[in-house]
Design a protein. Structure first.
Lengths: 228, 318
């Protein structure tokens, strides 16, 4: 890089005396996400004593620290130093995760109604859902749940009028302009179009979480009778 | 060689200091509702502050000790008795194999912590023994279960009789005034809303659990709606959804959320809110800045690490 990168405009706000919110933007944009992931990567390379953990989100990071060990001013300087002089989004080399999905039938009880709502055939919904390479914008809501960016706007469908009391783990759903996979069985109102047998969260594994913030995700349709 | 659960409380689970490091994947921290009582119980039992205790909430329970141990119970809202004889909480005591320990729910709080010397060596998931049933990390304790207790050393035996002076316990109250650091979404509330928040009284709803405490009071009005782009959330953070009724994030809270927050409860005062009783306690808030809140937290932490115990000679054994 020949020209010096412009320092990121970071906004800091205290969230109590044990956490500091760093905001990099106000809108959900891939570019802002990439800056968040870049800052996250730099912070992980040179951690600060007294900072316990942090949570990257679409436009922000919430940094949790122990104020008996480190001051908020020190936390802030460390974050600024992590962002300065670095092309945060340029080192973006995402990991790609392929998720095989059985669409429709018992695995995806809402596939037909989603298709109907958009004047598509179920096969067209599957095609449009498996076409994009999604990005994990952030994780939250429940352990292992990834907010995926990149759903074809044609597939945007409101939540079900009546949420289900039981949605099995691995269910792939759509809710307005978002798509995602339920890591755990849970009640839920998303339109369920398919299911994967991969575990998104398995506490007994060395790497308990299938996905991480910033990962690329691609869904692949499994034919009936196919095995993983 | 264990502790036998004869009668389980409504919410009864093993909790250590919590599970940090997996929040970027959406894993809540968990850990104790009342961190001061939890840590105090451990220190009295001769453990490091973050060892695994049994957290007992909202209703009575009874356990049988099946191996001699040094134990302590800290918290509020319960009476402790052993073999039918009432005993003080916030004090370390020797329990003998066969002793029946009863915790009877009374007014004045919601949670207590039972610590034994050596801690409860229950299964570890993702570096922590804290139970989080929603993700399949353990389950709430039920009648008939046994938890292992380690052998009591002669050294630990000598710790019996130590007690927390009253001045070093949290100032639990049925009418607590709780310190709150405003923000981070100040610009989403009017000045009048802030005034109302720091003036009005709140009660805790029965729809409160280890994830969140729902407060009921005069609704708080927003500017430009209640929603925002999802971001990380902190323990004690006070979300205000569209209905204007605040929800305080407790240890099992989701790592991220999309509602505006009016403030965050100072860590030093979180135990006072945790011990509030649904529909009974009358809760008020006062404004504090981050520096003052951090100083108060430091003061408490120092007091918990220094040798602050008093010896109650009359209280050497059961």
């Amino acid at each position: 890089m020949k020209n010096d990168p412009v320092p990121l405009p970071l906004r800091f706000s205290p969230v109590g005396e044990c956490a500091l919110l760093v905001e990099l933007g106000d809108e959900i944009l891939l570019d802002t996400c990439r800056q968040v992931w870049g800052l996250d990567r730099q912070m992980r390379q040179e951690p600060l004593r007294g900072v316990d953990f942090w949570v990257p989100a679409y436009t922000s990071l919430l940094v949790h620290y122990d104020p008996c060990v480190v001051t908020p001013a020190q936390v802030r300087s460390w974050i600024e130093a992590s962002s300065h002089g670095k092309q945060l989004s340029s080192a973006d080399q995402p990991n790609r995760v392929v998720i095989p999905v059985r669409y429709g039938g018992e695995s995806g009880p809402d596939l037909d109604s989603v298709a109907k709502a958009h004047d598509l055939t179920p096969a067209q919904v599957v095609e449009k859902h498996t076409q994009p390479v999604y990005r994990v914008g952030m994780m939250g809501f429940m352990p292992g749940f990834a907010y995926l960016m990149g759903l074809d706007p044609v597939l945007a469908t409101p939540r079900r009028d009546t949420p289900r009391t039981f949605v099995p783990a691995g269910s792939v759903g759509i809710a307005s302009n978002q798509t995602g996979v339920y890591p755990l069985e849970s009640p839920g109102g998303w339109q369920i179009i398919g299911r994967t047998e991969l575990s998104l969260f398995n506490p007994s594994k060395q790497a308990p979480f299938l996905l991480s913030p910033g990962d690329e995700v691609q869904f692949v349709a499994l034919k009936d009778g196919a095995v993983l | 060689m264990s502790l036998y659960v004869e009668d389980a409380a409504l919410i009864m689970s093993v909790q250590d200091a919590g599970r940090t490091g997996y929040q970027r994947f959406g894993m809540p921290v968990s850990g104790p509702m009342d961190w001061r009582a939890h840590r105090s119980a451990n220190l009295l039992a001769g453990n490091s502050g973050g060892s695994a205790c049994i957290e007992i909430g909202f209703s009575s329970c009874q356990v049988i000790i099946e191996r001699d141990t040094l134990l302590s119970v800290c918290g509020a809202g319960f009476n402790l008795s052993v073999n039918g004889r009432e005993l003080p909480m916030w004090t370390a005591a020797i329990a003998k194999s066969g002793d029946i320990l009863r915790l009877e729910k009374i007014d004045g709080g919601s949670w207590v912590y039972l610590a034994v010397a050596g801690g409860f060596e229950t299964p570890v998931w993702l570096d922590s023994r804290s139970v989080f049933p929603r993700a399949g990390l353990g389950h709430l304790l039920t009648a008939g279960e046994r938890l292992p207790i380690s052998v009591l050393s002669d050294q630990k035996r000598l710790l019996a009789g130590r007690s927390f002076p009253l001045t070093e316990r949290p100032a639990y109250s049925q009418t607590p005034t709780i310190s709150v650091i405003p923000g981070p979404h100040q610009d989403r509330f009017t000045a009048e809303t802030f005034e109302a928040f720091f003036r009005e009284e709140y009660r805790l709803s029965h729809q409160s659990d280890r994830m969140g405490y729902r407060l009921k009071g005069k609704p708080l009005a927003h500017k430009r709606g209640a929603d925002l782009v999802s971001q990380g959330m902190a323990l004690g953070q006070i979300q205000v959804p569209a209905d204007g009724q605040p929800i305080v994030m407790m240890p099992d809270h989701p790592t991220t959320g999309g509602y505006t927050s009016i403030g965050t409860i100072a860590r030093a005062d979180l135990p006072l809110l945790a011990q509030a009783q649904p529909e009974r306690s009358v809760i008020r808030f006062r404004r504090v800045d981050t520096t003052t809140a951090a100083q108060e937290l430091l003061r408490i932490n120092q007091s918990l690490s220094a040798d602050i115990f008093s010896q109650e000679d009359s209280w050497m054994g059961l």
